[in-house]
Design a protein around this ligand. Structure first.
Ligand SMILES: [Fe+2]
Ligand SMILES: [Fe+2]
Length: 283
């Protein structure tokens, strides 16, 4: 049982090489500053902006990430498919079809505290096998008694669907955090029954692009209606996430703090490039 407060650092969609470098550089600083009990990262865009590979997932775990969540780009890289079944702490949306590779929830323990992580896909504008809300009921039932806190990554397009799930799960889980749009929302709060909530935490990677893509390419396509190959932007790296403070009471949170951290893009010489400085934030 949770007899001491814990905290969860949740980091939004890591986009491409720049996103990975940003996360790996800033994570030691965030650990030093906030001492999170758990680190959970959405990695659905980690490989060149689309999907994730076993090598990249291993790299994130080696950096101290406890759980990787995914989304609609889960299956973009074929080499990840067997890894999704074999690796316990990488989760894809639970409401994907049962026949699709991987699993939708996991439990990780640190300092005697057990955190359940559930990944869900929205149903509006995204292809999911089952409704997110009833899937949440099912998985929360499976986790009953197996963990002290539960975090839900609701990977969804529609803000209304995410807000609705937050209200629906208020008091049943520690946190409902939204991902997928790559744009952070300004609505982090503790709901009345104790669930930490935010509609979207944002992304980790190039803020100087269009949700990760080089802005010139995205603008060209939007302006001319003609497709051009999209590449991941390398402009203006930021880490975006939230820090959730858990209550000593099960499935309750006491605080949720957005973390919007620009990175100077220069790895330090020490720790094999695993550190780097944050620039002063402009927001
Ligand atoms: Fe994403
Ligand atoms: Fe997505």
């Amino acid at each position: 049982m949770a007899d001491a407060p814990a905290s969860i650092l949740f980091v939004g969609d890591v986009v491409g090489s720049l996103g990975r470098r940003t996360l790996l550089a800033l994570l030691p600083h965030l650990r030093a500053e906030h001492d999170p009990t758990f680190v959970v990262v959405n990695g659905e865009n980690a490989a060149g902006g689309l999907g994730i590979t076993p090598k990249i997932a291993d790299e994130l775990f080696a950096a101290g990430v406890d759980v990787i969540t995914l989304g609609n780009h889960t299956y973009h890289r074929r080499e990840i498919l067997p890894y999704l079944d074999a690796e316990e702490h990488i989760v894809r949306p639970s409401n994907h079809l049962a026949a699709q590779p991987g699993h939708g929830h996991t439990v990780v323990a640190r300092n005697g505290i057990r955190l359940g992580v559930i990944n869900l896909s929205g149903n509006v504008f995204l292809q999911a096998g089952r409704p997110a809300f009833t899937e949440a009921d099912t998985v929360i039932g499976k986790l009953e008694g197996a963990c002290d806190h539960v975090l839900v990554d609701m990977h969804a397009e529609a803000t209304s669907e995410k807000v609705g799930l937050g209200w629906y799960l208020d008091g049943q889980v520690t946190a409902v955090v939204g991902t997928h749009t790559h744009v952070p929302t300004n609505d982090a709060r503790i709901l009345p029954r104790g669930t930490a909530y935010i509609t979207d935490v944002g992304m980790t990677g190039p803020r100087g692009g269009v949700i990760g893509v080089k802005k010139e390419q995205a603008i060209h396509t939007m302006r001319t209606h003609m497709k051009v190959p999209f590449e991941t932007s390398e402009d203006d790296p930021w880490l975006m996430g939230v820090l959730i403070t858990c209550s000593a009471r099960r499935n309750q949170a006491t605080a949720i703090e957005p973390l919007l951290v620009p990175w100077d893009g220069v790895p330090d010489a020490d720790a094999a490039g695993a550190s780097g400085a944050a620039r002063p934030s402009s927001s």
